[in-house]
Write a protein that binds this ligand. Structure first.
Ligand SMILES: Nc1ncnc2c1ncn2[C@@H]1O[C@H](COP(=O)(O)OP(=O)(O)OP(=O)(O)O)[C@@H](O)[C@H]1O
Length: 253
């Protein structure tokens, strides 16, 4: 059975159709890449899959269940999460606190240390801090644990964004341009973390303009153009497809 299945997704903004009848399916523990020209509808498709925007028509299934109308937090609780093209870190919170506030059980005031007195609550907080520290270690971010997130580099912010969704223990992560604004060393680092998570059984859909890095990760690639799927299949073959070459500036892929 598919982990995630989207059938005929259409999303309009006024008279403009940003996503036009897109269907895709993702197997458990698969890595699917999505590339495409600017404005092709990739992020809008993600917003429909993750629930930030409801499609005007079409159906989304998660493990066979219809989740088309489910809000983002319900999808996240079921294991489907996304990151954003522009990381949404809390700039004035430390890296550790950024992970803690992403955990579903945490109330903001607990982080500030006010009236959080019962021992069960303290135990829960300790367990969460431990979990966040493990995630930070995995992402090589332990040394910036107490740094304010607003002061991090572009690549580190992308790692924090990944850490925040890992706190939700997902089965599938939708990554929106994980390599945008990231230096080559951190692109390798982020790619390696994705590989490790994939080896542990996580599925990914990755939107990315950095095609070489995407090709190295994805087992299958979809290229979108003007709201539709232009080509789909094995990454090398898709990138060599004449229609794809044409869409990308007449041949420079
Ligand atoms: N909230 C909105 N209101 C109106 N138009 C929108 C809205 N969101 C997206 N669009 C339009 O829908 C189209 C698809 O946008 P989208 O961000 O999904 O493309 P994309 O493939 O992710 O582009 P990029 O690679 O540049 O991030 C664009 O023309 C965009 O201007």
């Amino acid at each position: 059975m598919s982990l995630l299945q989207a059938q005929d997704i259409t999303r309009r903004f006024g008279g403009f159709t940003a996503v036009d009848g897109v269907s895709l399916s993702l197997a458990p523990a698969e890595v699917l890449g999505i590339a495409g020209t600017n404005g092709a509808g990739k992020s809008t498709l993600f917003a429909s899959l993750a629930g930030q925007q409801l499609p005007d028509s079409g159906q989304i299934r998660w493990l066979g269940q219809d989740i088309s109308q489910a809000p983002p937090h319900q999808r996240a609780r079921a294991g489907l999460v996304r990151t954003f093209q522009v990381p949404r870190e809390f700039k004035s919170l430390s890296v550790l606190d950024n992970l803690l506030v992403a955990a579903p059980q945490v109330r903001a005031e607990t982080l500030l240390g006010t009236f959080w007195t019962s021992s069960a609550a303290r135990q829960q907080e300790r367990a969460l801090v431990e979990k966040a520290e493990q995630v930070l270690e995995f992402l090589n971010l332990s040394r910036v644990r107490d740094t304010l997130a607003g002061g991090l580099s572009g690549g580190q912010k992308k790692l924090v964004e990944l850490g925040r969704v890992l706190m939700l223990e997902p089965r599938c992560i939708l990554l929106d341009e994980p390599f945008a604004g990231v230096n080559p060393v951190l692109i390798d680092e982020i790619s390696e973390r994705i590989r490790q998570l994939h080896a542990r059984g996580l599925a990914f859909i990755i939107i990315e303009h950095h095609l070489q890095a995407l090709k190295a990760l994805a087992g299958r690639l979809i290229v979108m153009d003007r709201g539709r799927i232009l080509a789909e299949g094995e990454p090398e073959a898709v990138l060599n497809d004449a229609r794809v070459q044409e869409a990308y500036m007449g041949g420079v892929v």
